[in-house]
Design a protein around this ligand. Sequence first.
Ligand code: M6R
Length: 611
Amino acid sequence: MCGIVAYIGHREACPIILKGLRRLEYRGYDSAGVALLNGALNVYKKKGKVNDLEAFIAEKDTHAHIGMGHTRWATHGEPNDSNAHPHYSTSERIAIIHNGIIENYAALKTHLQKQGHVFQSDTDTEVFVNLIEEIQKQNSCSLEEAVRLALHEVVGAYAIVVLSKDDPGQLIAARKGSPLVIGVGKDEFFLASDATPIIEYTNEVVYVNDYEIAVIRDGKLDIRTKEDVQQTPYIQKLEMELDSIEKGGYEHFMLKEIFEQPRSILDSMRGRLELEAGHLNMGGIRAYERKFVNAERIIIVACGTSWHAGLVAEYLIEDLARIPVEVEYASEFRYRNPIITERDIVLAISQSGETADTLAAIELAKSKGATIFGICNVVGSSIARATDAGAYTHAGPEIGVASTKAFTAQVTVLTLLAMIVGHKRGTLTDSKLRELMVELSNIPAKVEKALLLNTEIEQISEIFRDVPNFLYLGRGYNFPVALEGALKLKEISYIHAEGYPAAEMKHGPIALIDENMPVVVIATKDSSYEKVVSNIQEVKARKGRIIAVVTEGDTVIPPMAEFVIEVPATSEVLMPLVSVIPLQLLSYHIAVLRGCNVDQPRNLAKSVTVE
Ligand code: M6R
């Protein structure tokens, strides 16, 4: 978690850092701080959001051309002023910001305390900066050398930036396991956890690799490995637009991202679905086509919403390509002793491409010889770089902590993948393929239509804004959608919600149903429609309050439900792309009506880079 930003150049550093921290607040927002180097090394930090920090430093001297800032999601130590970053070393001559976790911090801390270091916080990060100070003292070496030696002693993950009062024109950064991007301007450099704080100044970036140390001084960037081997920085061009990371007139990023879906779904198919030519292309799998065609099994690893997209893919791949699929929580998979062979394909799905558990699951599968295919949204992210091949979802930056457009883009790419592999394997006929291609190309327009439900759903949300519980039911392709609807509601409105396979309800959750329980049933016309109608009857018989998501024109369900939400008809295998839309809107409106911070829900962060 946590977002880091740093600047070195000819401009005023503080405004650039504060603006950058606002862009990174999605990564953590329980405290924030800056360190500014201008002869003195001043650290200002505060519990709360970047706005609180800005108010706190309003009267301070913030003039500096070198500085760094941090927005925190607490791991070690509660959110308060002293645990906020940056952290000083004991002498206050060195300061650090850190995103990640130092696992052996307790042993290091005991050792450092014996050497006379005094700690002001409960964090692992303060141990890191004192370790650097101690190494520099013991070895009488440069700061750069001390950082390098310290990296050999710490176990865990980090992206760090270090400033020292004794080296007033220098900034040092390093990474292992947590993202770090360097923007290269004219005689100036911008460092950040992702490219969003950088894009308005330069589109030339260097992605720092694991175990690399970057030293910037005298307008030059020097990158070396932990073993001190000099590297040639590989400068890449960013394709991100500034507009894509601003709210564009919407009240919240989440609402903007929900409404972007017709476009983001189209972008995720662009160049891949060529209807006129009758072709499907996915560059990422070309070299691995044979592997996919002959795969004995596909294992999907992911977390949260991406795991739900993985569940949809299980239905898609088994239906269309007839390859057995297992969908695993990355966090569980990595700690059991899974049976993986060289004939397996592991599909890792992640919006951020930085989720620690998913990355660890990939490393485990790699060590057993499986082929790893990634589906990520963030270009150049750690997962994108750790996989053998992959496909980007091209949904554009997703800033709202609750994932929306990333989910539909993931499902779109997974649908294309299942179609390509199914066709190559001969399990999907030419005519069925053609039919699905046509229908998939109609999905953006159908999503656009589903978005017209916004006002109606806002009205329904008024009625349910104060309930303590919700149940979501779905079957087949709509079962993962039920899980996703429940996750959306609980994470942003703090209402307890459970998603369940509709038929499984009678094995337990049915006991919860009474006249106070809202039950969202996704009951679109598909192969399990009749069975879901029976499940609705079961809820109704127990006086549950039914909110039914049905296919346009349905006449059977409306008399049974208190509220009916009609979505456009589509093929069963594509329905999650449409049926999820009203659920995203429902959670959004309920959360807004409850006064919740929709884009930055409590205790959460957009990218979970700790296990
Ligand atoms: O970046 P990833 O897709 O790997 O993130 C996985 C989950 O942390 C993420 O989907 C999370 O569950 C979202 N808050 C859901 O809205």
